[in-house]
Design a binder for this molecule. Structure first.
Ligand SMILES: Nc1ncnc2c1ncn2[C@@H]1O[C@H](COP(=O)(O)OP(=O)(O)OP(=O)(O)O)[C@@H](O)[C@H]1O
Length: 247
């Protein structure tokens, strides 16, 4: 079976040759229906990697296959089957929540779009906010609207950057349950970048740990915790970020 995501020797240089690469020879593939967390400290290369996976940045070298499609050469064949959410990417702020979903839904040329929008608004607790301009929402409400946009085309591969940033603990917990249920129901594959280790322990089957653009560890959350002799993923993260090898 083709992995939904396969990355081989991926490199991205922003500076001239000789300067350090933002992504420096990354290789991994993920299994269908899995939840993989891409972790690393600030500047480790997570956002650069996700931008290349989405076809927004052209790699300096290496291969990216998304749902069996070569993203560098043929990304339009894969884009209808994936989606992305990030609290750092603003949706058009003068449009209402439902207008935003309408615009994105039409980009995907979805059948029965009005029904899909109603369903998502209901699922994400946004029905009462549907007529509100996006710019008037709180950060947490915007995050939920961003998630609705990311799910509009029922993506087989969902890339999430900090999916619960600026959500209160209760809403954050609700979004995590929602994502777990979405994966369960649809068999979708999720890749998430997060600084919330509790979230990663709860959602991810596997952790890819990056430092300096390279993959420095790859295991289940429990496997990492056991190997580093720690009791939480947060402690493992600190060990890796501070370059401590397993005991
Ligand atoms: N457009 C750009 N031009 C030049 N350098 C860049 C650019 N984008 C990222 N970088 C550099 O690439 C490296 C990796 O950055 P990236 O944003 O991928 O890290 P990150 O792991 O997502 O970090 P954070 O957790 O802080 O979001 C950093 O050194 C950053 O300064």
């Amino acid at each position: 079976m083709t992995p939904p995501l396969r990355v081989t020797d991926l490199v991205k240089h922003f500076g001239p040759p000789g300067t350090p690469a933002a992504v420096d020879g990354l290789s991994f593939s993920v299994a269908p229906g899995s939840v993989t967390a891409l972790l690393g400290g600030n500047g480790a290369g997570k956002t650069t990697t996700i931008s290349m996976l989405l076809g927004l940045l052209v790699p300096t070298s290496g291969q990216i296959e998304v749902l069996g499609v070569d993203m560098v050469r043929n990304r339009y064949a894969a884009l209808p089957r994936l989606n992305f959410s990030s609290p750092y990417v603003e949706l058009p702020f003068r449009l209402t929540v439902e207008q935003n979903l309408g615009v994105y839904g039409r980009l995907y040329n979805l059948p029965r779009l009005a029904e899909r929008i109603d369903e998502l608004l209901e699922d994400l607790g946004l029905t009462a906010l549907r007529k509100r301009p996006l710019g008037s929402l709180s950060a947490g409400q915007k995050t939920r609207a961003g998630l609705a946009k990311a799910l509009i085309n029922k993506p087989e591969l969902l890339l999430l950057d900090e999916p619960t940033a600026s959500l209160d603990p209760d809403t954050g917990d609700w979004v995590r349950s929602y994502l777990a249920a979405y994966r369960q129901k649809t068999g979708a594959t999720l890749l998430l970048a997060s600084h919330n280790m509790m979230e990663v322990e709860r959602l991810a089957d596997r952790v890819l740990m990056m430092r300096g653009g390279k993959l420095v560890d790859d295991d289940t959350p429990q496997g990492l915790i056991a190997r580093y002799g720690r009791s939480t993923l947060e402690e493992v993260f600190l060990d890796i970020a501070r370059q401590k090898d397993p005991a």
